[in-house]
Design a binder for this molecule. Structure first.
Ligand code: AP5
Length: 215
């Protein structure tokens, strides 16, 4: 069974690589970013609070995220393996995750994959990102364009751009990422399950490396 954590900056390709892993390994992807965006769209109290942090590129508070993940990881579809995309992002979240796994969930992480991409790639990747509201698939205007320019798979629903993908918000998200990145890698390194992957190659080449790690 694969219980995977993806670490990496915004735009590293965590969502892109998760789609390949789901296709081949049948695990579920749990993206805290997607969960929060769904709550914002639905206008729930959680979504209203989260929106304030997200639009400024700041992290949502640990207690909100930990509560959300506690519920999500208890759902039956996680029993066959999962990818955590965007969680944990702080040491408090990492220790809370360990407590959930060793407590009621009675399982453990199998791989921690750190997708490494230098800052100079990030703004280009994120400013060109578009998402299909039809399928959720992630595109890039240059690196992974859709079949019909600007359109989802049905050829008529426009692709959308995330609200937090504006350049100034991306730079803030990057600086927030760097505040926590080394500490998180340091947290996971002693367990021997941390794998560093060069995320600058093509999506297929990056996935080739990840597949070699997951086997
Ligand atoms: P979240 O949604 O998690 O965003 P993120 O971590 O910033 O990551 P992204 O989704 O931007 O990037 P990605 O690595 O998935 O890249 P992708 O595959 O799309 O978080 C958003 C916000 O929610 C946070 O700022 C925070 O406020 C809040 N939040 C979420 N989790 C939280 C937590 N745990 N605690 C507190 N707050 C939390 O790829 C990007 C683009 O590049 C795409 O267009 C893609 O086509 C392209 N691309 C991908 N791979 C390649 C490649 N190899 N070569 C060329 N192009 C590529």
């Amino acid at each position: 069974m694969k219980n995977i954590v993806f670490l990496g900056p915004p735009g590293a390709g965590k969502g892109t690589q998760s789609a390949f892993i789901i296709r081949d390994y049948g695990v579920v992807q749990i993206s805290t970013g997607d969960m929060l965006r769904a709550a914002v769209k639905a206008g729930t109290p959680l979504g209203k609070t989260a929106a304030e942090f997200m639009k400024e590129g700041k992290l949502v508070t640990d207690d909100i995220i930990i509560g959300l993940m506690n519920e999500r990881l208890s759902e039956p579809d996680c029993k066959n393996g999962f990818i955590l995309d965007g969680f944990p992002r702080t040491i408090a979240q990492a220790t809370a995750l360990d407590a959930m796994l060793s407590g009621s969930l009675k399982t453990e992480l199998t791989h921690i994959i750190s997708l490494e991409v230098p800052d100079e790639y990030i703004v280009d990747r994120i400013s060109g990102r578009r998402v299909s509201p039809v399928s959720g698939k992630i595109y890039h205007v240059k690196y992974d364009p859709p079949a019909v320019e600007g359109m989802s798979e049905d050829g008529k629903t426009p692709l959308i751009q995330r609200d937090d993908d504006k350049e100034e918000t991306v730079l803030k998200r990057l600086s927030v990422f760097h505040e926590q990145a080394d500490a998180l890698k340091g947290y996971y390194r002693p367990g021997g399950k941390l794998h560093i992957v060069d995320g600058t190659k093509s999506p297929e080449a990056v996935y080739g490396e990840i597949k070699g790690i997951l086997k």
